[in-house]
Design a protein around this ligand. Sequence first.
Ligand code: MRU
Length: 369
Amino acid sequence: MAIWIPDTITWKNGRLKLIDQTQLPNKLVYVWCDTVEDVWDAIKQLKVRGAPAIGVAAGYGILVALKKFKPKTSKELIKKVDKAAAYLASSRPTAVNLSWAVERMRAVAHGMKEQSPKEIMAALKAEAIAIHDEDRELCANLGKHGAKLIRSGSTVLTHCNAGALATGGMGTALAGIFVAHDKGKKVKVIADETRPLLQGARLTAWELQQAGIDVTLICDNMAAQVMREGKVDLVITGADRIAANGDAANKIGTYGVALLAKAHGIPFYIAAPSSTFDLSLKSGDEIPIEQRDPEEVTNGFGKRTAPKKTKVYSPAFDVTPARLIAALITEKGLIRPPYRRNIAAVLGGGDKSKKGKTSGRGKASRRKA
Ligand code: MRU
């Protein structure tokens, strides 16, 4: 069997093409991003979303920013890279993959100060493609480890969308499910709808259906009852940023699911590649949480569901404390508690120290490059 993977992000003839995820499941349509503002908007409006996917898109976004630029000196080019990196990183603050990817691009440019603009451009292109290729590989390896947790006949509950649409490869939380299914295991999925933007209903249900995997949709507020009825064997979600102590930020509602899983004795796992870990943060308290437009809650999908001027509080992510997480599924294998020690042992010493320079805290305001 082959695993079905959508072409979420494509770099083609020097242009960036994305599946417009705001149109799913009704239409599978693509957007071309020809300016860095297009890339910023696509990330902000969730045309491309999911932590690894926005990192990959931002890497290409730097190339898009340089497209018509004809620098005379390397200094001029590097300045432009820095500006585009800061701009792209300002689009969404929580997923660390975004700042991690643009930092990688900056590091390439800054490391080539003595070389010609043409050489730097070539290296930047190679780096953006490498970020994408590596993500594909991270997901595939992560999927192998995730699949080991899934016994044939089990039902996995997931929240939001951490599938192929959210990455440059086959996904994170869903990767283990895809691999288990591919190996012939019988696996069922319960997908939380994921208020307010319905990534679970629109994207996870669509993606799993395309892959031929048995998926049942529930509203977020049904999870407790479904667990109480004994219908869930394990929970796997993705993450947007994981601190050094194992606290993990993911789509709003994940923390509640983790608490429910604990109350029902169901193991709760987080699947994420090393690019989602931010070892510069001691705990989840330091993770910046994106606030979204109130209209997404009161007027979602063009239908007004609350009176105009209703006060709204809309954090896009929450932080699940490490104590609720049975294990972190990474491309290097499972990391179990105690997390501070084991995360450092498995992932420490990598390039995470570079992170955060452009990540900002909650700076999601729109700026021109
Ligand atoms: O707001 P979104 O749709 O970008 O949120 C996505 C999530 O919370 C995912 O679970 C997370 O980014 C992991 S994606 C592999």
